[in-house]
Design a protein around this ligand. Structure first.
Ligand code: CA
Length: 230
């Protein structure tokens, strides 16, 4: 089955050009021209990748990105942001909010296609975790459900383990508290008191991970990500 790419772009000429070239490369395409349609289409069609224009009428690309990452159905869909802005600050905000990559307009088609391939490859890999993962001082055995730091075993509760696993699996991507509540606790509609549950568990998880605690990075007012370099 051909992979589906959702194009979110309000400039008709760019949409036509992308559709033509992506289909020629063997992808299926769908396209929408504003943010709320993008969220709707992503939730309904679950595309393999989203090309998301930053400057959209109404809800902009950053808001769309945030919204998609907030819900478990769309949280894992890879996103490449398209934008006319090349400022470093925008790039950082985009990546913090969970975009996987960034292409500045005017982009070369060859470069865009290469990025699409790379992001799709990466997202395919993310699906499967190795049995044992070593990240500097931290060692996580996913099959035995064991964690150690500097070769000393760390006793984690099952929720703490699931939390750590979800963060590692996201491969550096920021996960919102709502998303973590959903995947770790199975709570779909988050309320304030519940999102705080995530914070409390992250705090105890960090304490237990001692020297490896810095891998878990707080993204203010949003959630957490796992830093593999940390
Ligand atoms: Ca635009």
């Amino acid at each position: 089955m051909k992979q589906l790419i959702l194009i979110v772009e309000d400039e008709h000429d760019i949409v036509k050009m992308l559709e033509y070239n992506l289909q020629k490369e063997g992808y299926r395409t769908a396209s929408v021209s504003n943010g709320s349609q993008a969220v709707e289409a992503a939730t309904r069609d679950h595309p393999d990748l989203i090309l998301l224009d930053l400057m959209l009428p109404g809800m902009d690309g950053f808001e769309v990105c945030k919204e998609l990452r907030r819900h478990s159905k769309t949280a894992a869909i890879p996103i490449i942001m398209l934008t006319a802005k090349s400022q470093e600050a925008d790039k950082i905000v985009g990546l913090e909010l969970g975009a996987d990559d960034y292409v500045t307009k005017p982009f070369s088609l060859r470069e865009l296609l290469a990025r699409i391939k790379a992001v799709l490859r990466r997202s395919k890999r993310q699906g499967q975790l190795p049995e044992v993962m070593r990240i500097s001082d931290l060692e996580v055995d996913f099959s035995k459900i064991q964690v150690s730091v500097k070769n000393k075993a760390v006793e984690l509760t099952s929720k703490e383990f699931e939390l750590l696993k979800a963060l590692i699996k996201a491969n550096g991507r920021v996960l919102s508290r709502e998303h973590l509540l959903d995947v770790v606790w199975g709570v779909d509609h988050a309320v304030e008191i519940q999102t705080r549950t995530v914070d409390v568990h992250v705090t105890t998880l960090r304490k237990k991970l001692r020297s490896a605690a810095d891998h878990i990075v707080t993204v203010k007012n949003y959630g957490y990500r796992f830093d593999h370099e940390g």
